[in-house]
Design a protein around this ligand. Structure first.
Ligand code: ADP
Ligand code: ZN
Ligand code: ZN
Length: 752
């Protein structure tokens, strides 16, 4: 019935909304034209058309955004579209189609989607690209470097070590990623040790020689993975997304590079998505040294202008590879062949702003528009991707061995903190962790300790029985507020802070303290001689705070790094042989159905940080729930077992990926309108969809009912599968077209 209505719509669409010159970046201004009879049925979003403009009716190119039934003003004032230009396929068409898909999928407006998808032109003052070379012969250079090391001139050492023998490093990478100030660079230049040179255009800084990564030869496991991925990549037409499941340290990056090189040979381009936090100097240089000038990087700190610059280079064929966080998925490559998403399980791939897209879904849709392929890489794949692989929709490619012969998986110890307490240790460090830390300090190796901060310190649990204190009416933990009250965020239930555990009567009920700062203080007490670095929200303020701490730790300026879970994401420190997870189970108690998955991922990734090189690694997991499957399977590094347990739970609870869930968000300046429209929308869905296939929960006032004078209502949809969800979203889309003009209510979809 739904598709009938869709077709009906198309037949009646007599008008087209177009934008004229998208390179001008003025995306707010759209125009309506009439579709002449000879073009009826031939237009869809993204198609390029010629339209008359202005008094003189000069012909200009435009892109169709949407087809519409009704004229926006008196019909006689609307001009006709002239024709379709013969060379109408452009990368912009593809991106506009993508924006249109996003609009329907996430319930945003077309303008919001266009602004997300198309780079916004901003005048940027041309920056001179500079590069830094060595300016001494090898021997003299090494002597100078040794002298700097002796004098502990850390910044100089960092810079000098980073410049390869016969090639330069880009100036901006040195600044952004190594945190070497201009003053340091200038002084070394004045001493004649280095040379700063304005870069000549479009030259490969490494010549044609391949460096570093190519000296690595694919091991048989990697070779097999490459062969399988290429097999899918070489298929004509539609290619399945591939899930590259490779344990930590299995060498996924080298596999990506082989695929990229193959794409380069075919004259196609590649987008590589990497979580922002892992876009370190190390990662950047690995790609730079293999692909030179054909690769570019973006990050969220770039200004709109700088980003536009990089996108323009991509569009003009100056680049083959773009690396960046989720928004890099919109790089306007004209002949895109492959999108790689590294650490695909990372939460950062989902946008929290309108449109609330997930880069994985956008990548798959975009790839299907250009017969490209998507590779999703992870040591702890998301439940979604594994579920798709299990059902055959994704192709599974595996690597079960660490790439370096000498790097074994770390030994993981689980410590039951309840027993520590029984043995009289009220310390935040178990006896085992204390011993291991001491060993590391004596051997001059590095350790990392992290607190799992999601929901940290705000919930209360019993240190004797391990139970968290929950709301009697809902399946969520109570939150401790500053006034000493425990409160349920869902139903409002409030009680004074308990003195005794409701389950076992023990007096040892407590929050988990104040976090990383407390850990640091305690460490200083126990190991006064240790050099300690702390990384958390307080110490990473400022533009590059986080990276400078990472750099200092990588330079072995500290023995122990203390922090939140951000320290374990994607970094590769060769001298770290011990990782400690303090209070590993805090993330098990959130109201999020992904809590167990997140805990498993975090612990497994953390274990992967230990012993990346020839030094064997160990991990200590401190927990009050040692028997929980997330902890157990992380300790044995057994993804498969975790997946089996977790998917059983999701099936039983009807949670994704076994079902499809979405939050529908209604917002308006008028509370009454938001409320009324949400009721009508719920009614429409309940009327038109079988309640066994589509459950509608709500509507209700959203958790935060008012933000910035805008009122929020929401409801939840749970459907059997994605197809039914799309049907529901389509219904809401038609419903929206009608409310937008009448009630001024925005509707957005947040797909879980
Ligand atoms: P992953 O991303 O799968 O965790 P990486 O790509 O970071 O792993 O590789 C882990 C380590 O193994 C790196 O230090 C890398 O240089 C090394 N490595 C990768 N492939 C090979 C290989 N074929 N031979 C030797 N070392 C390798
Ligand atoms: Zn108890
Ligand atoms: Zn409650």
């Amino acid at each position: 019935m739904q598709s009938d209505r869709g077709r009906h719509n198309q037949l009646e669409a007599r008008y087209a909304q177009v934008i004229l010159d998208i390179t001008s970046g003025n995306l707010d201004k759209t125009f309506q034209y009439r579709i002449p009879d000879e073009l009826m049925g031939k237009l869809k979003p993204g198609i390029q058309v010629l339209v008359p403009l202005g008094k003189s009716n000069r012909q200009v190119k435009a892109y169709v955004l949407e087809l519409e039934e009704k004229p926006v003003c008196e019909p006689q004032r609307i001009k006709d579209i002239l024709s379709l230009p013969p060379d109408a396929v452009a990368v912009e068409s593809q991106l506009i189609r993508l924006a249109f898909w996003m609009k329907r999928q996430y319930g945003a407006t077309m303008i919001q989607c266009l602004k997300t998808v198309l780079p916004v032109a901003k005048k940027v003052k041309p920056v001179e690209k500079k590069e830094i070379y060595r300016n001494l012969d090898s021997e003299a250079y090494e002597t100078f470097l040794a002298e700097c090391r002796r004098k502990k001139q850390k910044a100089r050492v960092r810079l000098l070590e980073a410049i390869p023998k016969e090639a330069p490093v880009p100036y901006e990478i040195v600044g952004q990623k190594l945190h070497v100030t201009a003053a340091v660079i200038r002084s070394l230049e004045q001493k004649g040790v280095i040379r700063v040179q304005v870069k000549t255009v479009a030259r490969n800084p490494f010549g044609n020689r391949k460096r570093e990564e190519t000296t690595l030869i694919l091991n048989p496991v990697q070779q097999k993975a490459v062969t399988e991925l290429l097999d899918e990549l070489h298929k004509q037409g539609k290619k399945r997304p591939c899930l590259l499941y490779g344990i930590t340290g299995s060498g996924k990056t080298l596999v990506y590079m082989e695929l990229i090189e193959e794409m380069q040979k075919q004259g196609k381009q590649v987008i590589v998505l990497i979580p922002e936090i892992a876009l370190t100097y190390q990662t950047v240089m690995r790609f730079y040294s293999r692909f030179g000038d054909r690769v570019s990087f973006i990050n969220s700190r770039l200004s709109a202008g700088e980003r536009y610059d990089q996108f323009l280079r991509a569009k003009n064929g100056e680049l083959d590879i773009m690396i960046g966080p989720r928004s890099a998925v919109f790089t306007p490559f004209p002949n895109l062949g492959l999108i790689i998403i590294d650490e695909e399980h990372e939460g950062a791939y989902k946008s929290e702003m309108t449109p609330r897209y997930h880069a994985r879904d956008v990548a798959i849709t975009r790839a299907s528009m250009c017969d490209g392929m998507v590779v999703l890489g992870s040591a702890t794949p998301s439940m979604e991707s594994s579920y798709q692989a299990a059902g055959g929709k994704f192709r599974l490619v595996q690597m079960n061995r660490r790439a370096r012969e000498d790097a074994a998986l770390p030994a993981v110890h689980v410590v039951d903190m309840r027993q520590e307490l029984m043995a009289g240790n009220k310390n935040m460090f178990s006896r085992l962790l204390y011993e291991k830390l001491k060993e590391r300090l004596e051997r001059g190796e590095q350790s990392m300790l992290f607190l799992n901060r999601r929901g940290y310190a705000s919930f209360i649990s019993c240190r004797s029985c391990g139970e968290a204190i929950k709301c009697p009416h809902c399946d969520v933990t109570l939150t401790l507020h500053r006034n000493g009250q425990l409160r349920c965020h869902y139903c409002g239930y409030t009680v004074p802070m308990v003195k005794l555990c409701p389950s076992c009567g023990s007096p040892y009920v407590a929050g988990f303290g104040t976090g990383t700062q407390k850990v640091e203080e305690k460490l200083k007490e126990l190991f006064p001689q240790a050099r300690i670095l702390r990384m958390d929200m307080d110490t990473t303020q400022g533009k590059n705070g986080h990276e400078s701490i990472i750099a200092a730790f990588a330079n072995e300026e500290a023995d122990i790094l203390v922090g939140t879970q951000m320290i374990v994401k994607g970094h590769d420190f060769s001298r770290v042989t011990l990782v400690g997870a303090l209070a590993a189970d805090t993330s098990l108690y959130t109201s999020d159905f992904r809590a167990c998955e997140r805990t498993f991922q975090l612990l497994t990734q953390a274990a992967g940080r230990a012993g990346r090189s020839s030094l064997p690694g160990e991990m200590v997991i401190q927990t009050y729930k040692p028997e929980h499957y997330s902890i157990q399977t992380a300790a044995s590094q057994d993804y498969r077992e975790f997946y089996r347990e977790e998917i059983t739970y999701r099936k039983m609870m009807h949670y994704p990926p076994c079902t499809c869930m979405a939050e529908i968000i209604f917002s308006s300046l008028s509370e009454a309108n938001a409320g009324q429209v949400s009721k009508e929308a719920a009614l429409t869905l309940r009327e038109k969809l079988d309640s066994r296939r589509c459950q509608v929960l709500g509507p209700a006032v959203a958790d935060i009912g008012k933000i910035n004078d805008v009122y929020y209502y929401h409801m939840y949809l749970r459907t059997a599968n994605r197809e039914v969800m799309n049907q529901a979203l389509e219904l809401l889309n038609s419903f929206m077209e009608w409310t937008k003009c009448r009630k001024d209510v925005m509707i957005q979809f947040d797909i879980y």
